[in-house]
Write a protein that binds this ligand. Structure first.
Ligand SMILES: Nc1ncnc2c1ncn2[C@@H]1O[C@H](COP(=O)(O)OP(=O)(O)OP(=O)(O)O)[C@@H](O)[C@H]1O
Length: 774
């Protein structure tokens, strides 16, 4: 496809486009000024009644979002234009800006609007009524480059949209943070971004095909297209690790979207950030769907029927509780409510009633007054006495304890006998994987990401008895009403009362005598000013309007169950690559993973072009993919050339030192550098590299924007770096539970340079690499 580039000879229309872009920025400034003024006004609105207060709140929120979106549009406001055969040019940008005349085309069309679509999808073969596409590159507010594509000459070209602009974007050094791709979205990506939001859409694609970028742009597209529904229900983006979330965190804000909740798998239970570590085998066992039955059994095991009668002493009388009494009470409670904590009051009532009867019989034994000895009030008093007796309370706590999910799981993991009781038919080896000592009070055993779906499932099965909370809310409300009534009485009783609270006085006087105590109480109730994302993050029963899952191949069946519960409409975008699965609990086929949760109600889209890894590196990675026997095809790299990948064998003793010198040299260049190692080599490599680069970081929190990082393949998942050193590939193959996938992930993280350093001969799968001995 013929492309005209303006960086060699200035494009003849550069000045004209500069005028247009300057005008767009003037419009942006005006829109920002207006929104800021409205925001300022709204903040100072007097809220004369609850409705006004709510309106004010909504306006403040709306204008705040508007100012944020306008601010975000500043960098790269206009991305290009399309020249339509029939209707002339249309400019495409990060936001929409209206023209002066409402009847004409907008001055700038939001990239997500239907009218902008041909900018991304028109080709010489299917020009969609477009004559020419122009990419406009700006630095600050200055137009620095124009790239034109003529679409009417019928020349098929490379199949890439805006090839020159795309290649320039891909060649740029990485900053350690993902950036948006609004300027250069490709046609196959656009199809995914704008796909219908109903049902489950699975996006399968090899490394570097833009799955993460596409998933985030799809989130922005859906928020734009279904703004009202999604603003109310919220949108959740789930990523595998906190590092990954930090890597992608800037993309949605740069698209002007701040209302999205980003969460790692360890953060899907409000109030918990589970970062504990455990073996992949333990995580895999916890991820199995059978764990639902294990939890059910573990709960049933806590509803105890003793082997022998138990005695409690109330006011000197020994009262007997037989196993059959407990068993009957337990049956009644289980019938009344399947949820443990909600059924407990029934169990407690049955047992206390029985003990009260026995207590009354014991007191009345031998006394004959010719009628019932106790009237209703007496019985109620005896009942209270029984219920409050510490011995009775402690017996009830043993027979049917109140359980939090945390307590249930901690007690289960810590006790092999409980594990055995809850896992009929399991092997001893699998049972041992669930075992975890309790830890001390000062440092309890840390929750791991695999525990999170279990805690959430347990909460579903235990139920949460919120009657005390509701009673408290009721009490608070009654108190507020009483206070409000008193205030009104005082004000109405004597208008000459000197009110200290000027604000209250103004409100009461303006509302006049019509103000009721109820209104006044409402007016003083605090409004919930949290954003949808914040409210959703704090509420475990919150259900989202749409859920995006990235690196979805890593999710265990239990994690899927949790996510599907949070999205009952099943409006989900699931992106991943089954050839990169590193966890034992993860997926090697989408069908097998999704069927238990959504049946066959899901559809597949594939991304086929790799935008990250140069072809020479991808060829090496493709051999590894082949060796793994995966059905997946390696994606086609869009870039070739650059530095060819190299390998070196160093001998075992020299390995850490050589890794350090190679990595330090690469890290001296522009861009980011990562050293990817099997887990057993992390410490040695960090120590050696630390001698040369004290700013080296490692582990899940490592941030490549601050210096070189040393990571395991699992930690590097989803990330990319300009230079990558893969250390001890045989170790990577041997140490990972899916070693071939781990090596495939490690090799495909590089955007520019790849060096493989091995202590001994290279594994056969890397035979394509030329080896030098150091
Ligand atoms: N259309 C595009 N224009 C510019 N850059 C793009 C485009 N598509 C993808 N990229 C870039 O390619 C790189 C890889 O994208 P991304 O991380 O989304 O791929 P991925 O499929 O999620 O990879 P992995 O499976 O390895 O996690 C990123 O730097 C991304 O910004």
């Amino acid at each position: 496809m013929p492309t005209t580039r303006s960086d060699v000879v200035p494009h003849p229309e550069l000045t004209r486009e500069q005028h247009y872009v300057t005008d767009l920025y003037t419009r942006l400034d005006a829109a920002r000024e207006l929104a800021t003024r409205r925001l300022r006004q709204a903040i100072t609105w007097p809220a004369v009644d609850p409705q006004a207060l709510q309106e004010r709140d909504a306006t403040v929120r709306f204008q705040t979002e508007r100012v944020t979106a306008l601010d975000a549009a500043e960098a790269g406001l206009c991305v290009g234009r399309i020249d339509r055969l029939a209707d002339g040019p249309l400019y495409i940008g990060r936001i929409g800006l209206p023209a002066d005349d409402a009847a004409s085309d907008p001055a700038l069309v939001d990239w997500r609007a239907p009218a902008a679509r041909p900018f991304y999808t028109a080709t010489p073969v299917h020009p969609l009524g477009i004559e020419r596409r122009r990419h406009i590159r700006t630095r600050g507010r200055t137009v620095v480059r124009l790239d034109d594509e003529v679409l009417t000459d019928g020349v098929a070209g490379s199949g890439l949209t805006g090839e020159a602009a795309l290649l320039a974007a891909l060649d740029a050094s990485r900053t350690g943070r993902m950036t948006d791709i609004v300027r250069t979205i490709q046609a196959e990506q656009d199809r995914v971004i704008r796909a219908d939001d109903r049902g489950v859409l699975v996006v399968q694609g090899g490394p570097g095909t833009g799955k993460t970028a596409v998933a985030l742009h799809r989130a922005a597209y859906l928020l734009y297209t279904h703004r009202e529904r999604l603003a109310r229900r919220g949108l959740l983006v789930v990523g595998p690790t906190p590092t990954f979330l930090r890597y992608i965190a800037d993309v949605l804000p740069s698209l002007g979207e701040t209302g999205v909740l980003l969460a790692g798998l360890g953060q899907l239970r409000p109030g918990l950030d589970a970062r504990g570590e455990e073996s992949p085998e333990a995580a895999a066992v916890k991820g199995r769907l059978e764990m639902v039955d294990v939890l059910r059994a573990a709960i049933a095991d806590r509803q105890v029927v003793p082997d022998a009668p138990r005695e409690v002493v109330v006011d000197g009388f020994a009262l007997r509780l037989r196993p059959v009494d407990v068993s009957r009470a337990r049956n009644a409670a289980r019938r009344a409510d399947p949820l443990h904590n909600l059924a407990r009051p029934v169990f407690v009532r049955r047992v206390v009633d029985l003990l009260t009867r026995r207590y009354a019989e014991r007191i009345g034994a031998g006394i004959d007054v010719g009628r019932d000895l106790f009237d209703r009030e007496d019985v109620a008093a005896l009942r209270r006495e029984v219920a409050e007796e510490p011995g009775v309370r402690s017996l009830l706590a043993q027979l049917w304890p109140v359980l939090t999910p945390e307590r249930l799981l901690t007690d289960l993991y810590a006790n092999p006998a409980r594990i055995a009781a809850a896992t009929p038919g399991w092997s001893d080896a699998d049972r041992a994987l669930l075992h975890r000592p309790r830890g001390s009070a000062a440092s309890p055993a840390a929750w791991t990401p695999a525990d999170v779906p279990l805690l959430e499932e347990a909460e579903e099965l235990l139920g949460f008895d919120d009657s005390a909370q509701r009673a408290r809310a009721d009490r608070d409300r009654r108190r507020a009403l009483a206070r409000a009534q008193e205030t009104l009485d005082v004000l109405h009783g004597s208008r000459s009362v000197d009110l200290e609270d000027e604000h209250l006085e103004a409100e009461v006087l303006s509302a006049g005598d019509l103000l009721s105590a109820e209104d006044l109480a409402d007016r003083h109730r605090e409004l919930d000013l949290r954003t949808t994302a914040e409210r959703a993050a704090a509420d475990r029963t919150w259900t989202f309007g749409h859920v995006v899952v990235d690196e979805a191949q890593e999710l265990s069946p239990m994690a899927w169950r949790l996510l599907v519960r949070r999205c009952p409409t099943r409006s989900m975008t699931v992106v991943g690559d089954v050839a990169q699965t590193g966890s034992l609990a993860g997926a090697d086929r989408w069908d097998a993973v999704l069927r238990p949760h959504v049946g066959d109600a899901w559809r597949l889209e594939e991304l086929t072009v790799n935008y990250r890894t140069p072809a020479e590196i991808m060829e090496v990675a493709a051999d590894v993919l082949d060796a793994g026997g995966s059905d997946a095809r390696p994606p086609r790299s869009v870039r070739t050339g650059g530095t060819p990948p190299v390998a070196e064998t160093t001998g075992s003793a020299r390995l850490p030192g050589r890794v350090a010198s190679v990595a330090a040299e690469l890290a001296g260049d522009e861009g980011t550098t990562a050293v990817l190692v099997p887990p057993s080599r992390v410490a040695d490599v960090v120590a050696a590299l630390g001698e040369l680069r004290p700013d080296v970081q490692s582990g899940p929190g490592a941030d490549s924007s601050l210096g070189p990082v040393v990571l395991t393949p699992g930690e590097a998942k989803g990330l990319e770096f300009d230079s990558v050193v893969v250390v001890d590939p045989q170790g990577v193959l041997d140490e990972g539970v899916r070693g071939v996938n781990d090596l495939y992930v490690a090799l495909t993280r590089a955007t520019q340079r790849l060096v493989v350093l091995a202590p001994g001969p290279l594994p056969a799968v890397l035979s394509r690499l030329e080896t030098a001995a150091a």
